[in-house]
Design a protein around this ligand. Structure first.
Ligand code: FES
Length: 115
């Protein structure tokens, strides 16, 4: 894992290595995160579900929304917000996913900064 430099983490991954249909998990200084390519932009949110730590990044992805394969919680990966709270009384699990801002380094690699 590349070290954090001034709060930035160089993933060593370029955008051309990402598949829009499949999130890419990676270890970061802030835990396991996942990179998503949505409409040509890269987004980064925590890889495991805040409910019971299910492998969120292995869920089904459609229009920027990932559905957890364990119990079906749904999150917008562009914001980290949960999008199925209308079904949930009292907003259980309303806390958004941890996110990172994503930039591109001069060498073309994706660089993360904890949001
Ligand atoms: S672990 Fe993801 S919805 Fe339960």
């Amino acid at each position: 894992m590349a070290p954090v430099n001034d709060g930035n983490f160089d993933t060593g991954i370029s955008v051309t290595e990402l598949d829009p249909e499949r999130p890419r998990p990676l270890e970061t200084p802030w835990g396991t995160m996942a990179l998503y390519l949505v409409a040509g932009r890269v987004h980064c949110v925590q890889a495991f579900c805040p409910h019971l730590e299910g492998p969120l990044f292995e869920g089904s992805l459609a229009s920027g929304v990932i559905t957890c394969p364990w119990h079906g919680w749904r999150f917008d990966v562009t914001t980290g917000e949960r999008v199925d709270l209308f079904r949930v009384p009292f907003g259980e699990g309303a806390k958004p996913l941890a996110r990172c801002e994503v930039d591109v380094s001069p060498s073309g690699k994706l660089v993360l900064r904890r949001a």
